[in-house]
Design a protein around this ligand. Structure first.
Ligand code: AMP
Length: 194
């Protein structure tokens, strides 16, 4: 795991635990020489994470679409900022640079990004590990929804199991390092089950 994309809130949440979590992840990345690739913002969870890594002499690469660059949100004190023409191009750029993906607490943007990574894995387009840090059970309701999708026949258990979960960053990274992508992609499964 040389570089990991972390998706997380442009907000900070109501409880201090969330920022603390971003800080812990940042410290872990810097200490273990894991480079961060992220949305390039200086606000919310994103800002805390990027600042912590920079303070600890780590590597932070932001990938921001032109549209957001001109807002007052782009981080100016990171290792490198890559500007893309569109939101969609930004995702492709991020995926080419990283060995895996992690989500911390966030909103729509975070969910969109982590589920896109899972979708790429499910279709066999990528086989990189995808993890969520479930500190204080922030994602437990989301995980329950995924289990319900399996129960109702909309998600294969093997694809559900692609999503790695832990409430400790060191444990999550270990799971990511040992990750084996499912052998059969969703597409192959669908064809085979006809
Ligand atoms: P959200 O979870 O809705 O707060 O969105 C955060 C995620 O979407 C981050 O992982 C970013 O990649 C992206 N994002 C959303 N808003 C911004 C912003 N203002 N600046 C940079 N990235 C953003």
């Amino acid at each position: 795991m040389q570089r990991i994309a972390v998706f997380c809130g442009s907000s900070i949440g109501f409880k201090p635990d969330y920022a603390l979590d971003a800080k812990k992840v940042g410290e872990y990345f810097a200490k273990n020489n894991i480079g961060l690739v992220y949305g390039g913002g200086k606000i919310g969870m994103m800002g805390v994470l990027a600042d912590t890594i920079m303070e600890n002499n780590g590597e932070v690469i932001g990938v921001i679409p032109n549209l957001l660059r001109h807002e007052e949100v782009a981080h100016t004190k990171i290792t490198k900022m890559i500007v893309t023409k569109k939101m969609s191009k930004r995702k492709v750029k991020i995926s080419k640079m990283v060995d895996g993906y992690i989500a911390l607490a966030g909103g729509f943007g975070t969910l969109d990004e982590i589920f896109e990574a899972l979708t790429l894995g499910q279709l066999g387009i990528e086989n990189k590990p995808v993890g969520i840090l479930n500190t204080n059970g922030f994602f437990t309701l989301t995980l329950n929804q995924l289990d319900y999708m399996v129960k109702e026949g909309f998600l294969k258990q093997s694809n559900r199991d692609m999503l790695l979960v832990s409430d400790k960053i060191e444990d999550l990274i270990l799971k990511m390092e040992n990750y084996q992508a499912p052998k059969m992609s969703k597409v192959v499964n669908t064809v085979a089950s006809r």
